[in-house]
Design a binder for this molecule. Structure first.
Ligand code: BES
Ligand code: MN
Ligand code: MN
Length: 457
């Protein structure tokens, strides 16, 4: 292992340069304009996996963006780790808020700035470089399979089918994913829970055409106003969601567990200062860390309608729209929640408007075990590289494929993330610390070593 670690420190600058090359490719999965770049990023990873020593490396086409597969089977008797990550990124706009262009990576204050630096190119690529480091030093302690997709940020629509069609090829013992955050660089943590997601778009239609707001205004329901009223009615004065049945399946956390959770360091003043907000807001009776992890949410992601261009236009619009995301916790189900929402939204619509609800992608919440060999191996690996035992934490974001891995392959995941909440993922000026990138590359081989050792017993 010392040799591996030495190899990693010797190659640090090349590892960073390669990540920078990958970050230059604008692999935005949501925007068809970047389709060729998305493919280009897949080809880049394929080439690097081959260089590192992987076998059977393939860019597998799907009806959407391709999936990169590669493997190294050292010995069928050894355990097999399936590494999942994504090479697609979120759109970079609003571009004017970036201090340097999103696809021209720069290193400032020991952080790499670029779209995808943390989510997930930087974190995914740590695995490629950790693999190279183990291969070049004959230290790969487990079999490894890579499954790197290009549609995570748009809902992984084609990944479930790929997994179903490739069950044999994807056989393994555990899934290893770096696509989450730690509490802080001095406070390592391992994610043991992710929220699910129900995502919908709603349309509210008033009159059959836009009207003159003077000629008709005052006599016809304005769909923007109606939409706002409908939406504000969906939370009560305690910020409790009012959709009937919404909380029915939520597993309430015991006081013991909540006390345990509250031990993780969290600084409310720092949280507010970082976001430049005077106060926080959320469901009554729960702390900020609880509101962002163990409780479900209802959030507007966008709302529009009428005239929003330059100057003014006196119009009473025909239509109004909103996009809404609801984050779910165990044991809620995204389809059930989408149905409950749609039924409620239609029920409360006044007769002055017509409404429709279009479901988008969703995903199920997950909790991962802490008593598994894989978790213990990850914990030991982090303890070794950080000098501190990691704290198990639940996070608010979603990786829908984690629940599907369990359903389809029967495999649990280890969420060994090295990002920070302050890395601005999905925001302008996304970045990833060089410290975090290198710590990840150093920690991953330790995981393989301990996982192999602990599996033997
Ligand atoms: N890597 C994130 C999820 C994440 C971020 C988990 C931080 C924990 C901490 C992932 O790429 C993501 O953005 N997921 C989407 C869901 C998807 C269906 C679009 C999300 O959470 O909004
Ligand atoms: Mn991600
Ligand atoms: Mn993301």
């Amino acid at each position: 292992m010392e040799q591996v670690q030495e190899y990693i420190s010797k190659n640090q600058s090349r590892f960073i340069d390669e990540l920078i090359d990958l970050l230059k490719i604008p692999s935005v999965s949501a925007d068809s304009k970047f389709k060729d770049d998305v493919k280009g990023a897949a080809e880049f990873i394929k080439a690097k996996l081959i260089e590192a020593g992987a076998d059977n490396v393939e860019v597998c086409p799907t009806p959407g963006h391709p999936i990169v597969y590669g493997e190294k089977i050292v010995d069928p008797a050894l355990p097999t780790v399936l590494v999942y990550g994504h090479y697609d990124v979120q759109p970079a706009d609003p571009l004017e808020l970036w201090t340097s262009p999103p696809f021209e990576p720069v290193i400032k204050d020991d952080k790499i700035y670029a779209r995808g630096a943390c989510d997930d190119k930087g974190q995914m690529y740590m695995h490629v470089k950790a693999f190279e480091s183990m291969m070049k030093n004959n230290s790969l302690a487990c079999n490894i399979k890579f499954l790197i997709e290009g549609e995570e940020e748009v809902g992984s629509a084609n990944l479930a089918d790929f997994i179903k069609d490739n069950k044999e090829r994807l056989k393994g013992d555990v899934i290893l994913i770096s696509d989450t955050s730690m509490l802080a660089n001095e406070t390592p943590s391992i994610t043991v829970g992710l929220r699910g997601l129900s995502y919908v778009q709603v349309e509210v239609v008033g009159p059959d055409r836009d009207l003159h707001s003077g000629v008709y205004g005052g006599a016809v329901a304005n769909p923007i106003q109606v939409l706002c009223e409908m939406i504000t009615s969906m939370k009560d004065e305690n910020d409790h969601i009012t959709i009937p049945g919404f909380y029915d399946d939520v597993i309430e956390i015991s006081d013991v567990e909540r006390k345990e959770m509250a031990k993780a360091p969290f600084d409310l003043e720092h949280f507010k200062k970082d976001l430049q907000i005077g106060d926080v807001r959320g469901e009554k009776g729960f702390s900020t860390p609880e509101r962002t992890s163990i409780r479900p949410t209802f959030e507007l992601n966008g709302i529009w309608g009428g005239y929003t261009g330059e100057g003014s236009k006196t119009v009473l619009p025909s239509k109004a729209y909103a996009k809404i995301s609801m984050r779910l916790v165990p044991n809620q189900n995204s389809h059930k929640i989408t149905d409950l929402f749609a039924a409620h939204f239609k029920k409360i619509a006044p007769s002055s408007v017509k409404v429709s609800v279009t479901p988008h992608h969703g995903g199920e919440p997950v909790v991962t075990p802490t008593d598994s060999i894989a978790y213990q191996a990850a914990s030991k690996a982090m303890e070794e590289t950080f000098g501190k035992k990691p704290i198990p934490t639940r996070e608010g974001g979603s990786i829908p494929i984690v629940a599907l891995f369990e359903q389809i392959l029967g495999l649990k995941s280890v969420l060994l993330g090295f990002g920070l909440n302050s890395d601005n993922i999905h925001s302008p000026n996304e970045h990833y610390g060089v410290f975090n990138y290198m710590k990840g590359i150093q920690t991953i081989p330790m995981f393989f070593k301990y996982y192999a050792e602990m599996s033997k017993k």
